[in-house]
Design a protein around this ligand. Structure first.
Ligand code: DGY
Length: 331
């Protein structure tokens, strides 16, 4: 089928693939549209993105491309924005809805991989793997010592999960079934009793969760309401020596307050995969002790990144061809 004969559209359909994506997964888009790709994987400035999207009907984006009202106004033909992420905090959903632009995302396919990584960060932070590896590589290891990098136990400890969506629940299963942990959770909506029971998880309000948990893991979707949800006051409520892990979004934590809590010794450890203002990382975090820092890779196994890209392409194709999207963003 030619790019010009789809969905009752007069001229050829045009799609922007805003980042370098697995070429074999992108290929089917070429059957229905002219495809503007980004082989050098450069991140577009807002101005470049506006220029490149101006005549497009569909956009394949990642979390690095921001879609706002001003951009949409410059792209009158845009019908669908398909992000290969599950998070949609980089997209103004109201502005898309007002302009009739469908937004799709990529839930489910990354759940288990992201949960694996949340647990990886929890273990790595609690057991001080980052500092220990840097110590060894720097040639400082001269002798075995009884308390060398003596961290906290994870097995059997209490884990507090903030954000009990798909990823939070997948982490809860690992914690309860694999690590015999007592699982507490906080969520906008309390889960049904049957789900709580299946997950062996108990609901707490945030202050109680922070007070009762040895380890706290953040897996909530980002919204302005979540901005600095964990600040100095909340960190002070956490147990001395507690661990804080973030696989949500950087803006959830006041990073300066976190660095302070690590320096003071109140917080035992932290594991962060996301940062406010990433890819820039606040230098206070780079200087802080007992913190494992990773570059937003929680969903980054090759099969999962391929599945995310595939779902984004399938969503684009569905909307451009007049079919219902597979995973539209609801609400
Ligand atoms: C998501 O899908 O929202 C992740 O943060 C990107 O890996």
């Amino acid at each position: 089928m030619s790019p010009s004969s789809q969905g009752g559209h007069d001229g050829p359909l045009r799609v922007l693939v805003a980042r370098a994506v697995f070429p074999d997964i992108i290929e089917p888009l070429r059957d229905v549209a002219e495809v503007d790709t980004t082989p050098d994987d450069a991140i577009s400035t807002p101005e470049t993105l506006r220029r490149r999207l101006a005549d497009k009907h569909g956009a394949f984006i990642t979390g690095s491309e921001r879609i706002d009202a001003a951009l949409l106004d410059a792209c009158p033909q845009l019908r669908v924005v398909s992000t290969m992420t599950v998070g949609v905090d980089h997209i103004d959903l109201a502005a898309c809805a007002e302009r009739g632009v469908t937004v799709t995302h990529a839930p489910d396919v990354l759940t288990e991989t992201t949960a694996d990584f949340g647990f990886t960060l929890l273990l790595a932070a609690a057991r001080q793997v980052g500092d220990a590896e840097r110590y060894l590589r720097a040639g400082h290891w001269a002798k075995w010592s009884v308390d060398l990098f003596a961290g906290a136990d994870v097995f059997g400890a209490t884990l507090g999960i903030v954000g009990m969506g798909r990823i939070g629940q997948a982490i809860a299963r690992r914690a309860a079934l694999g690590f015999n942990m007592r699982v507490l959770y906080h969520n906008r909506r309390r889960l049904a009793p049957s789900i709580e029971e299946a997950l062996h998880a108990s609901y707490r309000d945030l202050p109680d969760l922070l007070r009762e948990s040895r380890h706290v893991l953040l897996a909530l979707p980002y919204s302005p309401a979540a901005y600095h949800l964990i600040g100095a006051a909340e960190l002070a409520q956490m147990q001395p020596g507690a661990t804080l892990v973030n696989v949500a979004r950087g803006g959830v934590i006041d990073e300066a307050a976190l660095a302070q809590a690590l320096h003071s010794g109140h917080l035992g450890a932290a594991g962060l995969d996301v940062f406010e203002g990433e890819p820039a990382v606040n230098p206070v975090l780079l200087r802080a002790p007992r913190v494992v820092l990773t570059p937003h890779i929680a969903s980054s196994s090759l099969p999962t990144r391929r599945a995310m890209a595939q779902l984004a392409v399938d969503n684009l194709l569905a909307v451009l061809q007049g079919r219902p999207p597979i995973t539209p963003v609801s609400g």
